[in-house]
Ligand binder design. Structure first.
Ligand SMILES: Nc1ncnc2c1ncn2[C@@H]1O[C@H](COP(=O)(O)OP(=O)(O)OP(=O)(O)O)[C@@H](O)[C@H]1O
Ligand SMILES: [Mg+2]
Length: 228
């Protein structure tokens, strides 16, 4: 099976080589857990490997978002060049609906040869729905459409609580092929970040919570180390 390497240090080991191609994965976590950073690095590493990416930011403007990421990842070379060249696209649609997002995706895949996509966040889209049943139907249709596109997408989902099972599963968890959980765990006086592959259709994977850090040169996942 073909896999898409995340390129994030340690992450592909946990995924037994990477995300199965054309599968769509939820990146789930609480505030500041590292969802946007994780997704951004996925695109950055993709461009380094010759795959164009699109980051659909539903919250932050492209300028603000790029400035935040440049500040966090000072070791990422050529970010501005990648953006100028169009290999790393950051866009904020003017409408918060999945139809607009789907059109943007289709266009960038056909016109700009995009292979990796990020939608940040599903929660923003959900908030624009008055009726949760409508949202469920729409997100279901959206992912059915995405299945026919030549890309491998990540979608962030904001968690109201630290523990996925405790919050009850959301529709995103059922319709998506994989779930990567990011945690901001309390440990003594500090917090440490951890990552867990909760499910990934089509591949085996490590099942532990693995500690990780955000460094200027990218995310480092410490495979083999324990959280506590
Ligand atoms: N240079 C850095 N070095 C270490 N940690 C950093 C650095 N920059 C940011 N962080 C950490 O990353 C967190 C932000 O990550 P990110 O924005 O990716 O999280 P998020 O899950 O998308 O958050 P939100 O729910 O607000 O969208 C910060 O709260 C901080 O803990
Ligand atoms: Mg974010």
């Amino acid at each position: 099976m073909d896999r898409v390497k995340t390129g994030i240090s340690g992450m592909d080991e946990i995924l037994n080589g990477g995300i199965p191609i054309h599968r769509h994965v939820a990146v789930y976590g609480g505030p500041g857990a590292g969802k946007s950073s994780f997704c951004f690095e996925y695109l950055y590493r993709g461009v380094q490997m010759g795959e164009n990416g699109i980051y659909i930011s539903l919250e932050e403007t492209p300028d603000d978002f790029l400035a935040n990421m440049s500040n966090a990842f000072t070791g990422f070379k050529d970010l501005d060049k990648m953006v100028k060249k169009g290999s790393l696209n950051i866009v904020k649609p003017d409408k918060l609906d999945l139809e607009t997002v789907a059109e943007l995706l289709e266009e960038s895949i056909t016109k700009n040869d995009v292979k990796r996509a990020v939608i940040d966040s599903a929660t923003m889209i959900r908030m624009s729905f008055k009726d949760i049943a409508d949202y469920r139907q729409t997100i279901f249709e959206f992912f059915s459409l995405l299945r026919n596109l030549d890309c491998t997408a990540l979608m962030t989902v904001e968690a109201p609580a630290q523990d996925l099972a405790a919050t009850g599963f959301e529709i995103e968890h059922f319709v998506m092929d994989g779930i990567i959980n990011l945690y901001n765990l309390g440990k003594a006086e500090t917090r440490i970040k951890a990552v867990e592959v909760y499910k990934m259709r089509g591949t085996d994977h490590v099942r532990d919570k693995v500690p990780y850090k955000i460094t200027p040169d990218g995310i480092k996942v410490y495979v083999g180390e324990k959280v506590f």
